[in-house]
Design a binder for this molecule. Sequence first.
Ligand code: GAP
Length: 508
Amino acid sequence: MTNNEDKLKKIISHSKEYGFVFPSSEIYDGLSAVYDYGQYGVELKNNIKDYWWKSIVQFHENIVGLDSSIFMHPTIWKASGHVDAFNDPMIDNKDSKKRYRADVLVEDHILKIESKIEKEIEKAAKRFGDSFDKEQFVTTNLRVTGYLEQIAEIRKKLAAAMDNDDLSDLRRLIEELEIVCPISGSRNWTDVRQFNLMFSTSIGSLSEGANTIYLRPETAQGIFVNFLNVLKSGRMKVPFGIAQIGKAFRNEIVARQFIFRMREFEQMEMQYFVRPGTELDWFKYWKDQRLKWHLGMGIPEEYYRFHEHDKLAHYANAAFDIEFNFPMGFKELEGIHSRTDFDLEAHQQYSGKKIQYFDPELQENYVPYVVETSIGLDRTFLAVLSYGYHEETLDDGSERVVMRIPPFLAPIKAAVLPLVKKDGMPEKAREIFDWLKMDYMIQYDDKDAIGRRYRRQDAIGTPYCITIDSETLENDTVTIRERDSMKQDRIPINKISTIINERLTLKS
Ligand code: GAP
Protein backbone atom coordinates (compact mmCIF):
# COMPACT_ATOMS: atom_id res chain seq x y z
CA MET A 1 0.00 0.00 0.00
CA THR A 2 1.40 3.44 -0.87
CA ASN A 3 1.48 6.27 1.66
CA ASN A 4 -1.29 7.99 -0.25
CA GLU A 5 -3.64 4.98 -0.27
CA ASP A 6 -2.83 4.64 3.38
CA LYS A 7 -3.80 8.27 4.04
CA LEU A 8 -7.12 7.89 2.21
CA LYS A 9 -7.89 4.75 4.22
CA LYS A 10 -7.10 6.60 7.44
CA ILE A 11 -9.37 9.50 6.44
CA ILE A 12 -12.20 7.08 5.61
CA SER A 13 -11.94 5.30 8.93
CA HIS A 14 -11.51 8.57 10.90
CA SER A 15 -14.57 10.01 9.13
CA LYS A 16 -16.64 7.07 10.25
CA GLU A 17 -15.30 6.87 13.79
CA TYR A 18 -15.85 10.59 14.42
CA GLY A 19 -19.23 11.06 12.74
CA PHE A 20 -18.23 12.82 9.52
CA VAL A 21 -19.21 10.28 6.84
CA PHE A 22 -20.88 6.87 7.06
CA PRO A 23 -21.38 4.31 4.28
CA SER A 24 -25.05 4.44 3.27
CA SER A 25 -27.38 1.60 4.39
CA GLU A 26 -24.52 0.09 6.35
CA ILE A 27 -26.60 -2.34 8.40
CA TYR A 28 -27.68 -3.85 5.06
CA ASP A 29 -24.03 -4.12 3.95
CA GLY A 30 -24.00 -0.72 2.29
CA LEU A 31 -24.86 0.68 -1.12
CA SER A 32 -21.93 1.22 -3.42
CA ALA A 33 -20.82 4.85 -3.97
CA VAL A 34 -23.54 6.29 -1.74
CA TYR A 35 -22.66 7.90 1.60
CA ASP A 36 -24.38 9.57 4.53
CA TYR A 37 -23.02 12.57 6.38
CA GLY A 38 -22.95 12.25 10.16
CA GLN A 39 -23.29 14.80 12.94
CA TYR A 40 -20.01 16.63 12.21
CA GLY A 41 -20.10 15.97 8.46
CA VAL A 42 -23.39 17.77 8.05
CA GLU A 43 -22.04 20.82 9.91
CA LEU A 44 -18.89 20.94 7.78
CA LYS A 45 -20.94 20.50 4.62
CA ASN A 46 -23.32 23.29 5.61
CA ASN A 47 -20.38 25.58 6.40
CA ILE A 48 -18.81 24.93 2.98
CA LYS A 49 -22.17 25.64 1.29
CA ASP A 50 -22.52 28.83 3.33
CA TYR A 51 -19.02 29.99 2.33
CA TRP A 52 -19.80 29.36 -1.36
CA TRP A 53 -23.26 30.94 -1.20
CA LYS A 54 -22.03 34.06 0.56
CA SER A 55 -19.04 34.48 -1.79
CA ILE A 56 -21.17 34.02 -4.89
CA VAL A 57 -24.64 35.34 -4.08
CA GLN A 58 -24.26 37.66 -1.08
CA PHE A 59 -21.06 39.35 -2.31
CA HIS A 60 -22.29 39.95 -5.86
CA GLU A 61 -25.17 42.34 -6.43
CA ASN A 62 -25.81 40.81 -9.85
CA ILE A 63 -25.92 37.13 -8.87
CA VAL A 64 -29.07 35.59 -7.44
CA GLY A 65 -29.89 32.16 -6.08
CA LEU A 66 -32.26 29.45 -7.24
CA ASP A 67 -33.54 26.13 -5.92
CA SER A 68 -34.94 24.18 -8.86
CA SER A 69 -36.41 20.69 -8.71
CA ILE A 70 -34.54 17.43 -9.24
CA PHE A 71 -37.24 16.07 -11.56
CA MET A 72 -37.59 18.03 -14.76
CA HIS A 73 -39.32 17.62 -18.08
CA PRO A 74 -37.54 14.76 -19.94
CA THR A 75 -37.09 16.85 -23.09
CA ILE A 76 -34.68 19.06 -21.13
CA TRP A 77 -32.16 16.21 -21.16
CA LYS A 78 -32.66 15.67 -24.85
CA ALA A 79 -31.98 19.38 -25.49
CA SER A 80 -28.92 19.43 -23.22
CA GLY A 81 -27.41 16.44 -25.03
CA HIS A 82 -27.44 14.17 -21.96
CA VAL A 83 -29.81 11.56 -23.46
CA ASP A 84 -27.59 11.04 -26.48
CA ALA A 85 -24.12 11.77 -25.23
CA PHE A 86 -23.78 11.51 -21.44
CA ASN A 87 -22.05 8.15 -21.69
CA ASP A 88 -19.03 6.30 -20.38
CA PRO A 89 -17.48 3.31 -22.21
CA MET A 90 -18.13 0.15 -20.19
CA ILE A 91 -16.88 -3.40 -20.42
CA ASP A 92 -17.90 -6.53 -18.48
CA ASN A 93 -15.75 -9.45 -17.44
CA LYS A 94 -17.70 -12.60 -18.34
CA ASP A 95 -16.21 -14.67 -15.51
CA SER A 96 -16.55 -12.31 -12.54
CA LYS A 97 -19.62 -10.56 -14.04
CA LYS A 98 -17.99 -7.31 -12.86
CA ARG A 99 -18.48 -4.13 -14.86
CA TYR A 100 -15.66 -1.66 -15.48
CA ARG A 101 -15.10 1.63 -17.24
CA ALA A 102 -12.95 0.62 -20.19
CA ASP A 103 -10.85 3.80 -20.12
CA VAL A 104 -10.28 3.40 -16.36
CA LEU A 105 -8.93 -0.15 -16.87
CA VAL A 106 -6.33 1.37 -19.20
CA GLU A 107 -5.61 4.24 -16.77
CA ASP A 108 -5.10 1.69 -13.97
CA HIS A 109 -2.67 -0.21 -16.19
CA ILE A 110 -0.71 3.04 -16.61
CA LEU A 111 -0.70 3.53 -12.82
CA LYS A 112 0.88 0.08 -12.45
CA ILE A 113 3.69 1.06 -14.81
CA GLU A 114 4.11 4.33 -12.92
CA SER A 115 4.49 2.46 -9.65
CA LYS A 116 7.22 0.32 -11.27
CA ILE A 117 9.03 3.58 -12.08
CA GLU A 118 8.63 4.73 -8.46
CA LYS A 119 10.15 1.46 -7.25
CA GLU A 120 13.16 1.87 -9.59
CA ILE A 121 13.64 5.42 -8.24
CA GLU A 122 13.43 4.25 -4.62
CA LYS A 123 15.97 1.46 -5.24
CA ALA A 124 18.38 3.82 -6.98
CA ALA A 125 17.99 6.49 -4.28
CA LYS A 126 19.03 3.90 -1.69
CA ARG A 127 21.94 2.71 -3.82
CA PHE A 128 23.38 6.17 -4.58
CA GLY A 129 22.59 7.86 -1.27
CA ASP A 130 23.23 11.62 -1.09
CA SER A 131 24.68 11.80 -4.60
CA PHE A 132 21.37 10.60 -6.15
CA ASP A 133 20.08 12.90 -8.90
CA LYS A 134 16.47 11.91 -9.58
CA GLU A 135 16.13 14.03 -12.70
CA GLN A 136 19.21 12.51 -14.27
CA PHE A 137 18.20 8.98 -13.29
CA VAL A 138 14.70 9.30 -14.76
CA THR A 139 16.02 10.65 -18.06
CA THR A 140 18.89 8.18 -18.51
CA ASN A 141 18.02 4.87 -16.86
CA LEU A 142 17.04 2.52 -19.68
CA ARG A 143 14.40 0.65 -17.74
CA VAL A 144 12.70 3.88 -16.62
CA THR A 145 12.84 5.52 -20.05
CA GLY A 146 11.38 2.31 -21.50
CA TYR A 147 8.46 2.49 -19.06
CA LEU A 148 7.92 6.17 -19.86
CA GLU A 149 7.81 5.41 -23.59
CA GLN A 150 5.26 2.64 -22.94
CA ILE A 151 3.07 5.08 -20.98
CA ALA A 152 3.25 7.75 -23.70
CA GLU A 153 2.27 5.21 -26.37
CA ILE A 154 -0.69 3.89 -24.32
CA ARG A 155 -1.90 7.42 -23.60
CA LYS A 156 -1.74 8.28 -27.29
CA LYS A 157 -3.84 5.25 -28.24
CA LEU A 158 -6.31 5.83 -25.39
CA ALA A 159 -6.79 9.50 -26.32
CA ALA A 160 -7.33 8.60 -30.00
CA ALA A 161 -9.93 5.93 -29.15
CA MET A 162 -11.77 8.25 -26.73
CA ASP A 163 -11.66 11.28 -29.04
CA ASN A 164 -13.01 9.24 -31.96
CA ASP A 165 -15.56 7.42 -29.77
CA ASP A 166 -14.02 4.25 -31.18
CA LEU A 167 -15.18 1.48 -28.85
CA SER A 168 -13.56 -1.35 -30.81
CA ASP A 169 -10.17 0.41 -30.66
CA LEU A 170 -10.60 0.70 -26.91
CA ARG A 171 -11.37 -3.05 -26.72
CA ARG A 172 -8.27 -3.79 -28.85
CA LEU A 173 -6.10 -1.70 -26.52
CA ILE A 174 -7.34 -3.67 -23.48
CA GLU A 175 -6.48 -6.93 -25.31
CA GLU A 176 -3.11 -5.66 -26.49
CA LEU A 177 -2.12 -4.63 -22.95
CA GLU A 178 -3.29 -8.05 -21.67
CA ILE A 179 -5.34 -6.37 -18.95
CA VAL A 180 -6.98 -8.89 -16.62
CA CYS A 181 -10.05 -8.51 -14.41
CA PRO A 182 -8.84 -7.72 -10.86
CA ILE A 183 -11.48 -10.11 -9.46
CA SER A 184 -11.39 -13.17 -11.75
CA GLY A 185 -7.90 -12.66 -13.16
CA SER A 186 -9.26 -13.55 -16.61
CA ARG A 187 -9.17 -11.76 -19.95
CA ASN A 188 -12.64 -12.94 -20.89
CA TRP A 189 -14.08 -9.51 -21.77
CA THR A 190 -17.30 -8.46 -23.52
CA ASP A 191 -17.26 -5.79 -26.20
CA VAL A 192 -17.03 -2.18 -25.03
CA ARG A 193 -20.44 -0.46 -25.01
CA GLN A 194 -21.64 3.03 -24.25
CA PHE A 195 -23.39 3.34 -20.90
CA ASN A 196 -25.66 6.32 -20.20
CA LEU A 197 -25.00 7.71 -16.73
CA MET A 198 -28.47 9.11 -16.07
CA PHE A 199 -30.76 7.37 -13.60
CA SER A 200 -34.31 7.08 -14.82
CA THR A 201 -37.60 6.56 -13.06
CA SER A 202 -41.24 7.03 -14.00
CA ILE A 203 -43.68 9.74 -13.11
CA GLY A 204 -47.46 9.58 -12.88
CA SER A 205 -49.72 6.63 -12.04
CA LEU A 206 -49.94 3.85 -14.60
CA SER A 207 -53.54 4.73 -15.52
CA GLU A 208 -52.37 8.16 -16.63
CA GLY A 209 -49.66 6.47 -18.69
CA ALA A 210 -46.27 6.44 -16.98
CA ASN A 211 -43.53 8.62 -18.39
CA THR A 212 -39.82 8.07 -18.07
CA ILE A 213 -38.06 10.92 -16.37
CA TYR A 214 -34.48 11.35 -15.17
CA LEU A 215 -32.86 12.28 -11.91
CA ARG A 216 -30.86 15.35 -12.86
CA PRO A 217 -27.18 14.60 -13.58
CA GLU A 218 -26.25 18.28 -13.06
CA THR A 219 -28.01 21.25 -11.46
CA ALA A 220 -27.11 23.58 -14.35
CA GLN A 221 -30.10 22.75 -16.55
CA GLY A 222 -32.49 23.90 -13.80
CA ILE A 223 -30.80 27.29 -14.10
CA PHE A 224 -31.05 27.45 -17.91
CA VAL A 225 -34.73 26.57 -18.00
CA ASN A 226 -35.46 29.27 -15.39
CA PHE A 227 -33.45 31.92 -17.24
CA LEU A 228 -36.52 33.84 -18.42
CA ASN A 229 -38.29 33.61 -15.04
CA VAL A 230 -35.32 35.06 -13.16
CA LEU A 231 -34.56 37.63 -15.88
CA LYS A 232 -38.10 39.03 -15.72
CA SER A 233 -38.93 38.67 -12.03
CA GLY A 234 -35.54 40.01 -10.92
CA ARG A 235 -35.30 42.70 -13.66
CA MET A 236 -31.78 41.42 -14.29
CA LYS A 237 -29.30 43.14 -16.60
CA VAL A 238 -26.59 41.23 -18.49
CA PRO A 239 -24.03 40.38 -17.17
CA PHE A 240 -25.74 38.55 -14.33
CA GLY A 241 -25.54 35.17 -12.67
CA ILE A 242 -27.83 32.49 -11.25
CA ALA A 243 -26.42 30.20 -8.58
CA GLN A 244 -27.69 26.93 -7.21
CA ILE A 245 -26.64 24.25 -4.73
CA GLY A 246 -28.28 20.87 -5.02
CA LYS A 247 -28.18 17.14 -5.50
CA ALA A 248 -27.14 15.53 -8.78
CA PHE A 249 -27.20 11.84 -9.66
CA ARG A 250 -24.94 9.80 -11.94
CA ASN A 251 -24.89 6.05 -12.34
CA GLU A 252 -21.08 5.95 -12.24
CA ILE A 253 -19.64 2.66 -13.47
CA VAL A 254 -16.52 3.04 -11.39
CA ALA A 255 -17.46 3.80 -7.83
CA ARG A 256 -14.46 4.18 -5.59
CA GLN A 257 -12.22 6.66 -3.84
CA PHE A 258 -14.73 7.36 -1.11
CA ILE A 259 -16.81 10.52 -1.62
CA PHE A 260 -14.73 11.57 -4.64
CA ARG A 261 -16.97 9.73 -7.09
CA MET A 262 -20.49 9.10 -5.84
CA ARG A 263 -23.77 8.14 -7.45
CA GLU A 264 -25.65 10.77 -5.47
CA PHE A 265 -23.71 13.95 -4.79
CA GLU A 266 -24.08 17.72 -4.48
CA GLN A 267 -22.97 20.44 -6.84
CA MET A 268 -22.59 24.18 -6.35
CA GLU A 269 -23.03 25.73 -9.78
CA MET A 270 -23.26 29.24 -11.14
CA GLN A 271 -24.16 30.25 -14.68
CA TYR A 272 -23.01 33.75 -15.59
CA PHE A 273 -24.91 35.22 -18.57
CA VAL A 274 -22.86 37.64 -20.66
CA ARG A 275 -22.94 39.60 -23.90
CA PRO A 276 -21.70 37.44 -26.85
CA GLY A 277 -18.08 38.25 -27.61
CA THR A 278 -17.22 39.10 -23.98
CA GLU A 279 -17.32 35.50 -22.75
CA LEU A 280 -13.57 34.87 -22.80
CA ASP A 281 -12.89 37.95 -20.66
CA TRP A 282 -15.50 36.78 -18.16
CA PHE A 283 -14.08 33.26 -18.34
CA LYS A 284 -10.69 34.59 -17.26
CA TYR A 285 -12.34 36.67 -14.52
CA TRP A 286 -14.16 33.65 -13.05
CA LYS A 287 -11.15 31.38 -13.39
CA ASP A 288 -9.16 33.82 -11.21
CA GLN A 289 -12.05 34.41 -8.79
CA ARG A 290 -12.62 30.74 -8.22
CA LEU A 291 -8.98 30.04 -7.39
CA LYS A 292 -9.12 32.95 -4.92
CA TRP A 293 -12.17 31.35 -3.31
CA HIS A 294 -10.24 28.14 -2.74
CA LEU A 295 -7.20 29.96 -1.37
CA GLY A 296 -9.56 31.94 0.90
CA MET A 297 -10.05 28.75 2.90
CA GLY A 298 -6.41 29.04 3.95
CA ILE A 299 -5.30 25.90 2.11
CA PRO A 300 -1.89 26.66 0.51
CA GLU A 301 -1.63 27.30 -3.22
CA GLU A 302 0.52 24.22 -3.90
CA TYR A 303 -2.52 22.01 -3.27
CA TYR A 304 -4.16 23.46 -6.39
CA ARG A 305 -3.42 23.54 -10.08
CA PHE A 306 -5.28 24.43 -13.25
CA HIS A 307 -5.79 21.82 -15.94
CA GLU A 308 -6.74 23.05 -19.38
CA HIS A 309 -9.01 20.70 -21.36
CA ASP A 310 -7.21 19.40 -24.48
CA LYS A 311 -10.43 18.42 -26.16
CA LEU A 312 -13.32 20.84 -25.74
CA ALA A 313 -16.91 19.64 -25.48
CA HIS A 314 -18.94 20.54 -28.58
CA TYR A 315 -20.61 23.44 -26.73
CA ALA A 316 -17.52 24.97 -25.09
CA ASN A 317 -14.95 27.45 -26.36
CA ALA A 318 -12.73 27.33 -23.27
CA ALA A 319 -12.55 24.98 -20.30
CA PHE A 320 -10.29 24.64 -17.27
CA ASP A 321 -10.49 22.42 -14.23
CA ILE A 322 -9.20 23.37 -10.83
CA GLU A 323 -7.47 20.25 -9.58
CA PHE A 324 -6.71 19.48 -5.95
CA ASN A 325 -3.90 17.33 -4.60
CA PHE A 326 -6.06 14.63 -2.98
CA PRO A 327 -4.41 11.60 -1.34
CA MET A 328 -4.93 9.89 -4.76
CA GLY A 329 -2.99 12.70 -6.50
CA PHE A 330 -4.16 15.78 -8.43
CA LYS A 331 -7.81 15.33 -9.48
CA GLU A 332 -10.66 17.53 -10.66
CA LEU A 333 -12.39 19.54 -7.97
CA GLU A 334 -14.11 22.25 -10.01
CA GLY A 335 -14.80 22.99 -13.67
CA ILE A 336 -14.92 26.45 -15.26
CA HIS A 337 -16.43 26.35 -18.72
CA SER A 338 -17.28 28.90 -21.35
CA ARG A 339 -20.45 27.21 -22.65
CA THR A 340 -21.26 29.70 -25.43
CA ASP A 341 -25.01 29.98 -26.16
CA PHE A 342 -25.34 26.22 -26.57
CA ASP A 343 -27.77 25.50 -23.74
CA LEU A 344 -30.10 28.48 -24.12
CA GLU A 345 -30.17 27.99 -27.91
CA ALA A 346 -30.99 24.29 -27.48
CA HIS A 347 -33.82 25.04 -25.02
CA GLN A 348 -35.12 27.73 -27.36
CA GLN A 349 -35.23 25.18 -30.16
CA TYR A 350 -36.72 22.26 -28.17
CA SER A 351 -39.28 24.31 -26.20
CA GLY A 352 -40.26 26.58 -29.07
CA LYS A 353 -40.07 29.56 -26.66
CA LYS A 354 -37.96 32.60 -27.44
CA ILE A 355 -35.13 32.77 -24.88
CA GLN A 356 -33.45 36.10 -25.48
CA TYR A 357 -32.30 39.25 -23.74
CA PHE A 358 -32.93 42.79 -24.96
CA ASP A 359 -29.71 44.73 -24.40
CA PRO A 360 -30.71 48.37 -23.80
CA GLU A 361 -27.20 49.66 -24.59
CA LEU A 362 -26.90 47.85 -27.90
CA GLN A 363 -30.63 48.16 -28.61
CA GLU A 364 -30.71 44.55 -29.79
CA ASN A 365 -31.94 41.10 -28.78
CA TYR A 366 -29.56 38.20 -28.38
CA VAL A 367 -29.17 34.81 -26.70
CA PRO A 368 -26.61 35.46 -23.93
CA TYR A 369 -23.39 33.46 -23.72
CA VAL A 370 -22.66 31.58 -20.52
CA VAL A 371 -19.64 31.12 -18.29
CA GLU A 372 -20.18 28.30 -15.82
CA THR A 373 -18.44 27.56 -12.54
CA SER A 374 -19.28 24.09 -11.24
CA ILE A 375 -17.83 22.62 -8.07
CA GLY A 376 -18.56 19.37 -6.26
CA LEU A 377 -19.53 19.94 -2.64
CA ASP A 378 -18.49 16.43 -1.60
CA ARG A 379 -15.12 16.80 -3.34
CA THR A 380 -14.56 20.12 -1.53
CA PHE A 381 -15.40 18.31 1.71
CA LEU A 382 -12.83 15.62 0.86
CA ALA A 383 -10.27 18.31 -0.02
CA VAL A 384 -10.77 19.95 3.40
CA LEU A 385 -10.42 16.60 5.18
CA SER A 386 -7.36 15.59 3.11
CA TYR A 387 -5.63 18.86 3.90
CA GLY A 388 -6.73 18.83 7.53
CA TYR A 389 -5.89 15.27 8.61
CA HIS A 390 -2.64 15.13 10.60
CA GLU A 391 -1.13 12.58 12.92
CA GLU A 392 1.28 14.17 15.36
CA THR A 393 3.67 13.00 18.05
CA LEU A 394 3.71 15.54 20.85
CA ASP A 395 6.67 16.64 23.01
CA ASP A 396 5.65 14.25 25.78
CA GLY A 397 5.69 11.33 23.31
CA SER A 398 1.91 10.98 23.14
CA GLU A 399 0.10 10.92 19.79
CA ARG A 400 -2.81 12.94 18.52
CA VAL A 401 -4.87 13.09 15.35
CA VAL A 402 -5.75 16.68 14.60
CA MET A 403 -8.10 17.87 11.87
CA ARG A 404 -6.75 21.24 10.78
CA ILE A 405 -10.05 22.28 9.28
CA PRO A 406 -10.08 25.99 8.41
CA PRO A 407 -11.62 27.45 11.63
CA PHE A 408 -14.54 29.17 9.88
CA LEU A 409 -15.56 25.80 8.39
CA ALA A 410 -15.07 23.72 11.55
CA PRO A 411 -18.19 21.78 12.61
CA ILE A 412 -17.83 22.88 16.24
CA LYS A 413 -16.31 26.29 16.87
CA ALA A 414 -15.49 25.85 20.54
CA ALA A 415 -15.83 23.29 23.31
CA VAL A 416 -16.66 24.40 26.84
CA LEU A 417 -14.96 22.13 29.39
CA PRO A 418 -15.21 22.29 33.18
CA LEU A 419 -11.84 21.08 34.51
CA VAL A 420 -13.55 18.85 37.07
CA LYS A 421 -17.15 17.86 37.64
CA LYS A 422 -17.47 19.62 41.03
CA ASP A 423 -16.91 22.86 42.98
CA GLY A 424 -19.40 24.81 40.84
CA MET A 425 -17.33 24.43 37.65
CA PRO A 426 -20.00 22.55 35.64
CA GLU A 427 -22.59 25.21 36.52
CA LYS A 428 -20.30 28.05 35.44
CA ALA A 429 -19.38 26.15 32.25
CA ARG A 430 -23.08 25.62 31.43
CA GLU A 431 -23.65 29.35 31.85
CA ILE A 432 -20.88 30.13 29.33
CA PHE A 433 -22.10 27.38 26.98
CA ASP A 434 -25.71 28.65 27.02
CA TRP A 435 -24.52 32.14 26.19
CA LEU A 436 -22.12 31.17 23.36
CA LYS A 437 -24.50 28.70 21.71
CA MET A 438 -26.69 31.60 20.59
CA ASP A 439 -23.98 32.56 18.09
CA TYR A 440 -21.95 29.42 17.33
CA MET A 441 -22.06 25.63 17.25
CA ILE A 442 -20.58 24.92 20.68
CA GLN A 443 -20.09 21.68 22.55
CA TYR A 444 -20.19 21.05 26.30
CA ASP A 445 -18.12 18.13 27.54
CA ASP A 446 -17.38 17.08 31.12
CA LYS A 447 -16.58 13.39 30.60
CA ASP A 448 -13.03 11.98 31.09
CA ALA A 449 -9.77 13.69 31.93
CA ILE A 450 -9.16 17.08 30.31
CA GLY A 451 -6.38 15.71 28.04
CA ARG A 452 -8.73 13.14 26.50
CA ARG A 453 -11.36 15.79 25.97
CA TYR A 454 -8.80 17.96 24.13
CA ARG A 455 -7.90 14.95 21.93
CA ARG A 456 -11.57 14.40 21.05
CA GLN A 457 -11.94 18.04 19.99
CA ASP A 458 -8.67 17.93 18.00
CA ALA A 459 -10.00 14.89 16.14
CA ILE A 460 -13.10 16.76 14.96
CA GLY A 461 -11.22 19.98 14.22
CA THR A 462 -12.59 22.27 16.95
CA PRO A 463 -10.44 25.42 16.82
CA TYR A 464 -10.90 26.41 20.49
CA CYS A 465 -11.28 24.69 23.84
CA ILE A 466 -12.42 26.86 26.74
CA THR A 467 -11.61 25.46 30.14
CA ILE A 468 -13.33 26.52 33.34
CA ASP A 469 -11.16 25.98 36.43
CA SER A 470 -11.03 27.19 40.03
CA GLU A 471 -9.59 30.54 38.95
CA THR A 472 -12.65 31.09 36.76
CA LEU A 473 -14.82 31.10 39.86
CA GLU A 474 -12.54 33.64 41.52
CA ASN A 475 -11.95 36.17 38.74
CA ASP A 476 -14.17 35.36 35.73
CA THR A 477 -11.29 34.25 33.50
CA VAL A 478 -10.96 31.03 31.50
CA THR A 479 -8.17 29.36 29.56
CA ILE A 480 -8.57 29.23 25.81
CA ARG A 481 -6.58 26.57 23.95
CA GLU A 482 -5.89 26.90 20.25
CA ARG A 483 -6.14 23.62 18.29
CA ASP A 484 -3.08 23.79 16.02
CA SER A 485 -0.48 25.33 18.34
CA MET A 486 -2.11 23.86 21.50
CA LYS A 487 -1.16 27.19 23.11
CA GLN A 488 -3.26 28.18 26.10
CA ASP A 489 -4.00 31.74 27.19
CA ARG A 490 -5.95 33.02 30.14
CA ILE A 491 -8.58 35.53 29.11
CA PRO A 492 -11.61 37.26 30.65
CA ILE A 493 -14.92 35.51 29.90
CA ASN A 494 -16.20 38.59 28.10
CA LYS A 495 -13.34 38.32 25.51
CA ILE A 496 -14.26 34.78 24.35
CA SER A 497 -16.64 35.92 21.62
CA THR A 498 -14.20 38.50 20.23
CA ILE A 499 -11.44 35.91 19.95
CA ILE A 500 -13.63 33.27 18.31
CA ASN A 501 -15.08 35.85 15.95
CA GLU A 502 -11.68 37.05 14.77
CA ARG A 503 -11.06 33.75 13.03
CA LEU A 504 -14.59 33.02 11.92
CA THR A 505 -15.78 36.07 10.06
CA LEU A 506 -15.39 36.10 6.29
CA LYS A 507 -13.99 39.62 6.64
CA SER A 508 -10.76 38.09 7.90
N1 GAP B 1 -22.59 21.46 -15.12
C1 GAP B 1 -21.28 21.03 -15.40
C2 GAP B 1 -20.93 19.77 -14.77
O1 GAP B 1 -21.76 19.07 -14.20
P1 GAP B 1 -18.92 18.17 -14.30
O2 GAP B 1 -17.43 18.39 -14.53
O3 GAP B 1 -19.51 16.96 -14.86
O4 GAP B 1 -19.61 19.48 -14.88
C3 GAP B 1 -18.87 19.38 -12.00
O5 GAP B 1 -19.20 18.24 -12.74
C4 GAP B 1 -18.27 18.99 -10.66
O6 GAP B 1 -19.16 18.09 -9.98
C5 GAP B 1 -16.95 18.23 -10.77
O7 GAP B 1 -15.85 19.11 -10.90
C6 GAP B 1 -16.93 17.46 -9.47
O8 GAP B 1 -16.42 18.26 -8.42
C7 GAP B 1 -18.40 17.19 -9.20
N2 GAP B 1 -18.74 15.80 -9.57
C8 GAP B 1 -19.00 15.32 -10.80
N3 GAP B 1 -19.29 14.00 -10.75
C9 GAP B 1 -19.21 13.64 -9.45
C10 GAP B 1 -19.42 12.41 -8.74
N4 GAP B 1 -19.80 11.30 -9.36
N5 GAP B 1 -19.25 12.41 -7.40
C11 GAP B 1 -18.89 13.54 -6.74
N6 GAP B 1 -18.70 14.72 -7.36
C12 GAP B 1 -18.85 14.78 -8.69
